[in-house]
Design a protein. Structure first.
Lengths: 269, 274
């Protein structure tokens, strides 16, 4: 029971620490929200025809892609940069020396990542709806956010797989996480249907949780689908999360043992 | 007196890139030539409960690697570390609950305040936040860190002040084994004195066992009941300061160090001070 309480306390510690850091870097938070909002708007404007008529469905298709990509990349970044940031600050040895299970460490980061990304996406969604004067009366907004929350576990798992890279290679590892992120973007239906991808890439795109997530969110926000309607995608997302999260933790622990054996945990090592 | 720390035949080596054999940039896929560096070489010693044990050696002698091995931050090539009877590499979680460490570089989230950093550390050890902050406050006050600094971002504090917060972070968790890796290096004489006095106070009050690595012979003579000299990863001499002085017929530990290792620590002290 005491051990469980310690892990719970540590989870709270990770969330509180990240919140404190977000507050300290509030200027940057504003910059990134403005930047993401502007990027989303410019992508949405592709859906407006030359007469200035807003094609509601076309604009929403693109906006949802841009919003989701912004959501997933922030979550992925928080997970993926967990280690890179701690190495940069030099605190990683203190965090790893504490009696905290790696699952707790990674879940604490993930919990904050999901909450933060959901709030940020909500703000950008409100800005875009206002800008394009979109009619969202038919949309199942809550359903879309539920899909996002469920999809987050799959992305946390992928983030964990990426987080191990800076652990085993200080500089190149952090760079490689961006490659993974880029491949996820390419092999999903963020701005185009999967069918436009080259034939060999399509099966990979169909395994990508971003693809299920986008299909389900578009169905709820454009078509007003209920959660029951998008149950197949939700179940696929749940199954992917159930595989990816334990796999991510396991691989992270293997990476940690490698770092402890080779002395890579040290900041300048 | 029972044993708090037992280190048996501990060995750790690393592979380092051979800087002399540079690889051309366009052959980035090729592995650079590497050479093996033995940082800790068959080291054995034990420390009694409540004792302050000093490990003295020049830069690069293996002191920090030894501390990292005891801290469970490295996996050894061979050997055993037991903390209060628990194997550090097999019962890692239990050992982590009993130890804490202060390193030469006070590593923190520098944008956060001392109290925010301490709050984070308290959560990691499952401590009650209020009690932990109150304990940390007492420690920081005792070491002369003014309360008005506690809520400033750590980047605004001097190195000495940051080091005092680092010591508060470690002691707040009431470790049974405290690992101090050159905690006073680079501090001004007054801060150094305050930290040294507090280490002695902690030993007296809580019976904490302390491993202290240092370049500073006077500090070691003042604080440590046992001292070991390490050079190139190997222990060259070990004993109480009076025993070592008698064994080598020396007037101070600096002379003992020179007699036992053929090297001087003076140049390292100057390098650090510079």
């Amino acid at each position: 029971m005491t051990a469980f309480r310690t892990q719970l306390s540590a989870t709270q510690g990770f969330v509180e620490r990240n919140w404190a850091l977000t507050r300290r870097y509030i200027g940057w938070e504003v910059v990134w929200i403005v930047y993401s909002a502007v990027s989303t708007l410019t992508i949405g404007l592709i859906g407006v025809d030359s007469q200035g008529i807003v094609g509601q469905e076309r604009v929403l298709y693109l906006l949802i892609g841009a919003l989701l990509w912004s959501y997933l990349s922030v979550l992925f970044q928080i997970m993926g940069e967990t280690v890179a940031w701690e190495r940069w600050e030099g605190t990683i040895e203190y965090t790893f020396m504490a009696p905290v299970h790696r699952f707790t460490y990674l879940m604490g980061q993930g919990l904050y990542g999901i909450t933060y990304s959901l709030i940020r996406t909500g703000i950008i969604l409100a800005i875009t709806v206002f800008f394009f004067d979109l009619d969202m009366s038919n949309a199942n907004l809550l359903g879309g956010f539920v899909v996002l929350a469920v999809a987050s576990f799959s992305f946390m798992g992928l983030g964990l797989l990426a987080a191990v890279l800076p652990l085993i290679s200080t500089e190149r590892g952090a760079q490689a996480t961006h490659i993974i992120q880029g491949l996820l973007l390419l092999m999903s239906s963020v701005y185009y249907p999967v069918t436009v991808l080259p034939g060999w890439m399509q099966p990979l795109a169909r395994l990508n949780p971003a693809t299920f997530c986008l299909d389900a969110v578009r169905a709820t926000w454009i078509g007003g689908a209920s959660l029951a309607d998008v149950m197949p995608q939700l179940l696929s997302l749940l199954a992917t999360g159930l595989v990816l999260v334990p796999l991510g933790v396991q691989i992270f622990q293997i990476g940690e043992r490698y770092a402890l054996r080779t002395g890579k945990l040290k900041r300048n090592g | 007196m029972s044993v708090a720390l037992e280190v048996i035949d501990l060995t750790k080596s690393f592979l380092e890139e051979d800087e002399e054999n540079e690889r051309t940039w366009y052959r980035f896929w090729q592995k650079r030539p590497q050479r093996k560096i033995t940082a800790v070489d068959s080291v054995s010693f034990h420390v009694k409960r409540g004792e302050i044990y000093g490990i003295l050696g020049p830069n690069g002698s293996g002191k920090s690697t030894l501390i990292r091995l005891i801290s469970t931050l490295l996996i050894p090539d061979g050997g055993t570390v037991r903390v209060l009877g628990k194997d550090a590499f097999k019962e890692t979680a239990a050992v982590r609950r009993m130890i804490n460490r202060v390193s030469v570089d006070a590593a923190f989230f520098k944008k956060l305040s001392a109290m925010e950093n301490l709050g984070y550390a308290a959560r990691l050890y499952g401590l009650d936040l209020k009690e932990a902050r109150s304990r940390a406050g007492v420690i920081m006050e005792r070491m002369g860190l003014p309360a008005k600094k506690w809520n400033s971002p750590l980047e605004n504090l001097s190195r000495g002040q940051q080091q005092k917060v680092a010591i508060a972070r470690a002691l707040m968790t009431r470790p049974q084994l405290l690992l101090l890796d050159e905690p006073t290096t680079g501090l001004d004489p007054q801060s150094k004195r305050e930290v040294q006095e507090y280490v002695l106070e902690v030993q007296r009050e809580f019976g904490t066992t302390v491993i202290l690595t240092s370049h500073d012979m006077d500090e070691s003579a003042r604080l440590c009941q046992q001292v070991a000299f390490i050079v190139d990863g190997r222990f060259r001499a070990e004993g109480t300061p009076p025993q070592l002085l008698a064994r080598y017929g020396a007037k101070d530990l600096e002379e003992v160090f020179f007699a036992a290792t053929g090297k001087s620590l003076k140049s390292d002290e100057e390098e650090v001070a510079g």
